[in-house]
Design a protein around this ligand. Sequence first.
Ligand code: ATP
Length: 324
Amino acid sequence: IKNIAVLTSGGDAPGMNACIRAVVRTGVYYGKNMFGVIQGYQGLINNNIEAMNARSVSNIIHLGGTILKTARCLKFKEDAGMELAYQNLKAKGIDGLVVIGGDGTFTGAKRFAEKYDIKVIGVPGTIDNDLYGSDFTLGYDTAINTVIEAIDKIRDTADSHDRLFFIEVMGRDSGCIALRSAIASGAEAVLLPERETSLKELITKLKEGASTKKSSSIVIVSEGNKYGGAYDIAHAVKRKFKHYDTKVTILGHLQRGGSPSGFDRILGSRLGFAATKALIKGETLKMAGLHGNEIKLTNLADALNKNNYKLEDDLLEMTHVLSI
Ligand code: ATP
C-alpha cells in the first residue's frame, strides 16, 4: 500500500473529524501519500479527491460534522458508477481506502473491495450504534449526550406543568439512542423499533405513575417504532388517557451536531489509527471496532449481518424497573 484515501459517507457523526485526522497522520507517519475524498462515494465518482498532509487536519479534532463532507450517492450502487470511482482512484495510484460510515457505506465498500484491487477498511461512524463488531460507533456517545441535555430541559417544563411529553429521537431501525437516553434521563417509558410495546402496556404504566403521584412523565419514542412518529403515539394515548396535558417534541437533526465528546474524539482517533495500520499491513474487507477496551478487526460481512446485532435486553428490563 502506497497511497491511501479516506472518505466519510452516509449520515455525518461527531468524531468523524478526529478519525480523519488520525487516518491522515498515521498514513503520513508511516510514509504513505494521503488523500481526502470530498462527499463520500459521490466524490470518488466526480474525481473530487485531494492530497492531504499532516497540516490539512490541524485544528479539527474538536469539530462536529466532517471536513470531507458526506453524501448519499445512488450512482455508486450501479456498476457504471463503481467503475468510474475505480478508474479515478487508479489514475492517482490509490490502492487503499478508509471508509467512515454506517451499514450502507459498508455494503458499498464490501461490493467495491470484492470487485476491484483496492483494499478497503471501514470505521463505524454513525450515531445509531447499530453495527455488529464495535461496542460503540463513532458519534453515538455525543448524540446521546445531546439528547440527554435536551430531555433535561424538557423535564423542567414538564414538571412545572404536570405534562406528559413524548420525545422523538433518531433511530429508524435501531433503538440504541432511545434506550440509553431513556436510562440516563430517567424516562418513564421507551418505545423501540426492535420491541413491540402495546398501547395498553404504555397506558397502564402511565396510569401507575399518575396514581403514585408522578408529577410529569417523559416517554422516549424512537422514530422507527411501530406506531409511527411521536405525534401518532401521543394522539393515541391522549384519546385513552386524559390525566395529563400531552406535548410532543421531535429532536431531529440537532442530535447529529455539536462538538464531539471526549469519548468520541478518543474513539475516532483509535479507530482511524487502527484502520490505517491494518490497511498498511495489507488487510482488507474488515472494520475496525471497539471490543471492551481493545480495537479489533471484524469482517465487513459479519459487521453487516443483521442477525449478529442485538439490542441489550438487560438494559430494557432495567429501564422498566427503575421507572416505577
Ligand atoms: P447512516 O447509518 O448514518 O445512515 P449509512 O452509511 O448507512 O450511514 P446510507 O445512506 O445508507 O448511510 O449509505 C451511504 C452510501 O453508501 C449510499 O449513499 C451509497 O452511495 C452507498 N451504498 C449503500 N448501499 C449500497 C449498495 N448496496 N451498493 C453500493 N453502494 C451502496
